[in-house]
Design a protein. Structure first.
Lengths: 194, 271
C-alpha cells in the first residue's frame, strides 16, 4: 500500500488499513511502549490508546509520498506514551520527589568483590524488568536520552521540565537502573538455583 | 547519591539491544485494539476547530505572562499620570497667554438737527446757536460777548449736550490749553464773567472763551459755581493745597512738590 492510499483509508476509517498498519508496526511499537510503562499490562493499555491517536494523526497528514511512516509512528507513540504516563498524576508526582536511595558507604559494595557483572550478556527481559522498577520520571528520561538519543534540551522540552531536573533525574536513573539490574540478576540466579 | 558511584552499564550496547527489541504479532491484541477503537468511535467527537499543538515550554510561558502583566500595569499608570501635554493643550495655552488687545472704542454721538437745538437755549442766551458740532460731553451756549484778549469775540459754536453748570469768575485769570498750569496759556478771562462749562475736572473747568468755539481750561480757584456761596475751590485757605494739586493733576510721574507758602504765584516746576 502506498502512503496516500493508507492516509485515504484512515480518513475513511477503513479497518483493513488499520489492521495492515497494526500488523506491520505492532511488535516494534509495543516494545517502545513497554520500555516506558511500569508493567506489561500497563504497556498493553498504553499501546491501544497511543496507537489509536497515532493513526488519527496520520490520517490528518497531507498526501505526502516522502512521509516516513516508521519514524512518524515511533515519534508519535513516544509522545503519546509520555503524555499518558504524565497524566497519571498520583504516580508521576510521587515519582518526581523520590530520591535515589543509595547506601552512604564510599565503596560500592552491593555485590561481593569477586563477582563481576557482564552487562553485555544481560538478558533483555532483565533490562526491561529493571526499567519497570524505576520511578516514572527517571524511566522516561532514561528512555529518551539514553535509548532514543534525545539531547537534554529536547528531553526537557518533551517532558516540560527544566534541564536541571532532567539532569538530576538522569543521574538517579542510571544509579537506580544499575542497582535494579544487579538485583534482578541476583534474583534470577536465586530462582535458577531451585 | 554517592560520589564514588561506578556506572558500569554500556549505554551503547544497551541502546542497540533495547531498540532492536520486537514482540510477535498477536491476534488477541488486534481484537483488543478493535474493541477499543469501536468504543473510541462512539465517544470521540470530531473537533470543529483545528487542533493546534503549541509545544511551548513553561520556561517560556511564565516570563511572557509576567511581562504582559507588567506592560499592562505600566500602560494603566501612564493613562492616569499625564506625562506629555497634548498638542491641543499647548496651542490653547499659547492662545490664552496672548493678551487680547482691543482698540479703544470711540463712541461717536450723532449730532442733532438744528431744530432740536433751539430747545437747548438757556435763559441767559440771547442768540441762537446755529452751526452744529459733535458734542463730546456737554453742550453749552454762550450768553454774553466775553472780553477775551486776543481772541475775537465770535458767537460760540453751538453744542449739543446740556450744560452741567454755570461758573462765574471771581478774578482775572489765565485760560490754559490743557488742565495744567504748566501748559500753554491761550487767553485771559476777566473777573465777574459767567460761563457754562463743558467739562469739569478736579481743579479746572473747560469753557468756551470765544465766539469761534475755542475752548480752554480755567482754574476753579479763581471761579465759583453759581448756586454755591463759597465755591468748591475758591477758599483762600485751600489755595495752597489746590495749587499743588493742580500741578500734580496732570503730572503722570510722581514727584515731590515743594512745600512752600501758596501765596506766591510761582508755578511748581516739573521734574
Amino acid at each position: 500500500m502506498t502512503i496516500p492510499e493508507l492516509i485515504q483509508g484512515l480518513h475513511k476509517n477503513d479497518m483493513e488499513v488499520k489492521k495492515y498498519l497494526f500488523e506491520t508496526y505492532y511488535g516494534k511499537l509495543l516494545a517502545i511502549v513497554t520500555r516506558y510503562s511500569k508493567s506489561q499490562a500497563q504497556a498493553a493499555e498504553i499501546f491501544n490508546v497511543a496507537f489509536q491517536n497515532c493513526l488519527q494523526k496520520l490520517s490528518q497528514q497531507k498526501n505526502n509520498q516522502q512521509l516516513d511512516i516508521d519514524s512518524f509512528l515511533e515519534k508519535e507513540i513516544i509522545k503519546e506514551s509520555i503524555s499518558y504516563i504524565k497524566n497519571i498524576r498520583s504516580e508521576y508526582y510521587v515519582a518526581s520527589t523520590v530520591y535515589a536511595t543509595g547506601k552512604d558507604n564510599k565503596n560500592y559494595d552491593l555485590f561481593e568483590p569477586n563477582e563481576l557483572i557482564d552487562y553485555y550478556t544481560i538478558d533483555n527481559e532483565v533490562l526491561i524488568r529493571s526499567l519497570h522498577q524505576l520511578v516514572p520520571s527517571q524511566r522516561l528520561i532514561f528512555n529518551l536520552h539514553v535509548i532514543e538519543g534525545y539531547s537534554i534540551e529536547e528531553s526537557a522540552q518533551l517532558l516540560e521540565a527544566s534541564e536541571q531536573t532532567v539532569k538530576s533525574n538522569l543521574e538517579k536513573a542510571r544509579f537506580n537502573l544499575q542497582k535494579n539490574i544487579e538485583k534482578c540478576l541476583k534474583q534470577s540466579k536465586y530462582e535458577q538455583s531451585f | 547519591m554517592s560520589s564514588h558511584f561506578n556506572y558500569e552499564i554500556d549505554e551503547k550496547n544497551l541502546r542497540v539491544k533495547l531498540k532492536g527489541m520486537s514482540y510477535p504479532y498477536k491476534e488477541d491484541a488486534w481484537k483488543q485494539f478493535e474493541a477499543y477503537s469501536e468504543t473510541f468511535k462512539s465517544s470521540y467527537k470530531k473537533p470543529t476547530l483545528p487542533n493546534f499543538n503549541l509545544n511551548i515550554n513553561r520556561n517560556v510561558i511564565l516570563p511572557v505572562v509576567f511581562g504582559a502583566v507588567i506592560i499592562l500595569f505600566s500602560m494603566l499608570l501612564f493613562n492616569f499620570v499625564s506625562i506629555k501635554n497634548k498638542p491641543g493643550e499647548k496651542a490653547e495655552k499659547q492662545k490664552v497667554a496672548e493678551p487680547k488687545i482691543t482698540p479703544p472704542e470711540i463712541k461717536i454721538v450723532p449730532v442733532k438737527k438744528e431744530e432740536d437745538k433751539k430747545e437747548l437755549i438757556t435763559q441767559d442766551t440771547a442768540t441762537v446757536i446755529t452751526t452744529p458740532t459733535v458734542a463730546v460731553v456737554i453742550p453749552t451756549v454762550q450768553t454774553n460777548t466775553v472780553a477775551v484778549v486776543p481772541v475775537n469775540t465770535v458767537a460760540a459754536t453751538p453744542t449739543v449736550a446740556a450744560p452741567i453748570g454755570q461758573w462765574t469768575t471771581l478774578e482775572d485769570g489765565q485760560i490754559y490749553e490743557s488742565p495744567n498750569i504748566n501748559s500753554k496759556v491761550i487767553g485771559n478771562a476777566s473777573g465777574g464773567r459767567t460761563f457754562n462749562i463743558l467739562e469739569e475736572t478736579n481743579y479746572f473747568i473747560k469753557i468756551t472763551y470765544d465766539k469761534s468755539g475755542n475752548t480752554g481750561y480755567f482754574r476753579k480757584a479763581f471761579a465759583s459755581k453759581n448756586g454755591s456761596s463759597s465755591g468748591t475751590v475758591s477758599n483762600t485757605g485751600g489755595r495752597k493745597k489746590n495749587r499743588k494739586a493742580e500741578a500734580m493733576e496732570s503730572i503722570s510721574v510722581p514727584a515731590a512738590l515743594p512745600t512752600g507758602s501758596g501765596s506766591d504765584e510761582k508755578e511748581p516746576e516739573l521734574r
